[in-house]
Design a protein around this ligand. Sequence first.
Ligand code: ZN
Length: 457
Amino acid sequence: MSKKSHLNPLVITLAILLVASLLYIVVTKTAAPTSPQAENVTASTKLIDAESKPFINSEHDQTLADLGIRPDWTILDIWQDTITRDDFLNLLTKVYTVDDTWKRYITVHDDHAIILTDTRVKDASYRLNFSHILSATSPDRNWNAAGDLPPTTERKPLSGVHIAIDPGHIGGEFAKLEERWFKIGDSKPVMEGDMTLFTAKIIKRQLTRLGAKVYLVRKNSSPVTLRKPADYRAEAEAKAVSLGITDESSITALQNKYFYRTGEIRERARRVNLAFRPDLVLCLHYNAESWDDPSNPTLTTRNHYHVLLHGAVTSGELAHDDERFEMLVKILQRSHDEEKPLGAYIAQGFAKFTGLPAFNYSPESTRAVKVKVEGVDGLWARNLLANRIYQCPVIFLEPYVMNNQEVFDRVQLGDYDGMQMVNGIMKKSIFREYAASVTEALKAYYLNHRAIYSPQR
Ligand SMILES: [Zn+2]
């Protein structure tokens, strides 16, 4: 009673005003039409409350690809005045993009282009000057095209060629986590990461004999990254919040994907770009169609091959500042000029040695662009993390459908010398057939694109 008497009317009025204004703020924040950002804040708070975890300061940056790093655009300075307007526009529109949305970020003038560099900052841009007469045939880059290499002999068509082979996925104890594992009854499990590694080792021996210096980006069934799934917790939570799906199983799935896919590939890229600095990366995969339950997989009658080059950056991907930058590096390094003929040789190699038909994306596909080469089928451009961030020509291989019955039978047969009966036809082991397709294609490519001399007797 005595305490109440100490409050004067002014203090009470101020207190009421304070409470009212706080209430107003809370109500308007909640009732306001929520922007994605505002939703994130709410979801984020809910997530933290539910988990009673300390506040996560890492926010998902929507202007970068997952785990992407903000690029230093001055790196493009070395390619000033090296590409003509025509060549730039041709690559940009015919290979690297799928629609006109690039115009939101790139304005092409008569003698230069203005490229938006940081979509968080209004008008932040980079000016790229075009070359007036001809594009440089071999601009600054840390790799050699076949035509840049010195003459060689017929026995060593790949001498001086540095090739990194990237066996796709991890395999082994990680095969289930990365969803590259299935098993039928008591059969051996099919694990893509182990199959690509085994194939990579055969190709390495063969290419080395032809004179190449070959690196395996991964030498066993362990991840290249030292980080563990739990190390991606904060990034996964931030991404989950940005997607508005913050249940525990979704966060765990994101965290795992950051570990075995995004983080792993980014770490492989560090090796490729900083240590190996190859002239070419071969990304080895075995394709599959959806098998649903890995312990009782759906089999398919379809079996095919296709080969991917970098390109077909979608409008959503182009909106990421780092992806736009990485695409420009590819354009300015003229990677496509090397990827296209090389990829065509390898696609022909698969057609010839495996006898498989080519896989075709739907003509309406918004994520794949058909690369047209006379007499070649199954050559496509797509924007994948690996073929974008490895800073040299990259050929991404997708032969065989693992959950096709015949392919499954051949995987069960394992590796062997010579030929064995498969479905009524004598065939090499699937691994050696894959390797022969690639090796013979590379041999033919370099023989036809380098000066070859006969050594003096
Ligand atoms: Zn794969």
